[in-house]
Design a protein around this ligand. Structure first.
Ligand SMILES: Cc1ncc(COP(=O)(O)O)c(C=O)c1O
Length: 417
């Protein structure tokens, strides 16, 4: 095979399914088979695959201006996206720094926070705090703040040290901050839903508590909303869902930013952070950028997606998905193979009883292939199976996804129990 696939053991790999077309919640393969996309591709698709208005917006932009260096030059889609997006974000976020994927949005956030304290005359504030089970991406800085796992194992020795606290208990964070608060630059967290680390759902009170402690100790709060942004947990951003008290200092966005059409990311920050970089000393610049930073096609896609949010009942669709998940999860709760069920808005989660736990648990691939045979695309995280559909999915389609999962559990249960 010429292509080296991500997160994929290439030894003996069966040829992946070639997808030739997408429409709504469906993917169509080269052999004519169709698959219901129950995971929004890589958690990115919002309004459906190949959504015509977004596709048209990208085509129009490509015919006008496909790219321009975003330093010394700018373009209307980048400016307009910042103007329209910032008012939707939690209160106090006033500036947008573009990059191109979730990991880079996180790298930018970490660099912003660390350089901010140096330029505010507090260079001793250089510790970072992250949560257990966190996942923030695969680049080095993002790996450093992610939980240790098979993803990071080969590189653990070279990752900068990070303080780690539980994601279900405020007391250890409180202790850490009271001992080391003046040396801490920032705390990074995935608000309400820790996704790739195992789909752990936190109550809004936990988010509010973290926010309060960060405020008390002058620590910057970075909300990684790469997944939770754009309605995933039921409100436009998870940080909004926790109420005004939870307004972070920095927010990372990607994935749903372009409704899944283009690689684009943004890191939003407060006026206070932005102003720490304003200086006649050019060394106080944020020296960060990527070739495709703020690409016009990505910005055009993001604007078209915001138009859909503005003109269609997207939040009614989101609520309907959440209700549907809740009904199916309450039924599955008592299934003999199910250890726990959880939900965060449009993400319905079941954790299976397993002896081999973690990302490499064998049951995940079994469920995945059983569902695939029934035309449903899933990608369990080890023993954690979740449904994270595009918002355009119909009730019948979503019912079909849960039926396939139930069928798979029943057929595995019949052979193992
Ligand atoms: C919360 C969170 N942050 C960051 C990332 C990394 O994003 P990307 O894969 O676009 O680099 C992910 C990806 O799953 C994520 O879920």
């Amino acid at each position: 095979m010429r292509v080296w696939y991500p997160y994929t053991q290439m030894l003996g790999l069966a040829p992946p399914i070639e997808i030739v077309r997408g429409r709504g919640a469906w993917l169509e393969a080269a052999d004519g088979r169709r698959y219901l996309d129950a995971i929004s591709s890589w958690w990115v698709t919002l309004h459906g695959h190949a959504e015509p208005r977004i596709a048209d917006a990208i085509a129009r932009q490509a015919a006008q201006l496909e790219h321009v260096i975003l330093a010394g030059f700018t373009h209307r889609p980048a400016e307009e996206l910042a103007e329209r997006l910032l008012p939707l974000l939690p209160q106090g976020l006033e500036h947008l720094f573009y990059s191109d994927d979730g990991s880079t949005a996180v790298e930018v956030a970490l660099k912003m926070a660390l350089q901010y304290w140096q330029q505010r005359g507090q260079p001793r504030r250089r510790k970072l705090i992250a949560l257990e089970h966190a996942y923030h991406g695969d680049t080095l800085g993002a790996m450093a703040v992610s939980a240790r796992s098979p993803f990071t194992a080969a590189f653990d020795w070279m990752l900068p040290p990070v303080e780690r606290v539980p994601s279900d208990n405020l007391a250890p964070l409180e202790r850490l901050l009271s001992e080391q608060g003046p040396r801490v630059a920032a705390l990074i967290m995935e608000p309400l839903l820790q996704a790739a680390g195992g789909m752990f759902v936190q109550p809004a009170e936990f988010l509010r508590g973290v926010h309060r402690l960060c405020r008390e100790h002058g620590v910057l709060l970075i909300a990684d909303e790469v997944l939770t942004g754009f309605g995933r947990t039921g409100t436009m951003f998870a940080s909004n869902g926790a109420g005004d008290g939870a307004s972070p200092d920095i927010v990372c966005l990607s994935k749903g930013l372009t409704a899944g059409f283009m690689p684009l990311a943004a890191t939003a920050c407060t006026e206070e952070i932005f102003s720490a970089f304003l200086s006649s000393d050019r060394r106080q610049t944020l020296f960060h950028g990527h070739s495709f930073t703020g690409n016009p096609l990505g910005c055009a896609a993001a604007l078209a997606s915001l138009d859909i949010f503005a003109t269609e009942p997207v939040f009614e669709r989101i609520d309907a998905i959440a209700r549907h998940h809740a009904a199916r999860l309450s039924r599955l709760r008592s299934h003999p193979l199910v250890a726990d069920v959880r939900q965060a808005g449009t993400v319905g989660i079941i954790e299976l009883k397993q002896t081999d736990s973690g990302y490499l648990a064998a049951i995940g691939p079994r469920i995945q292939s059983l569902c695939l045979e029934r035309g449903v695309a899933l990608r369990p995280l080890g023993s954690v199976v979740y449904v994270l559909p595009p918002y355009c999915i119909t009730p019948d389609e979503l019912g079909g996804v849960w039926d396939a999962i139930e069928f798979s559990l029943d057929s595995i249960g019949a052979t193992t129990l």
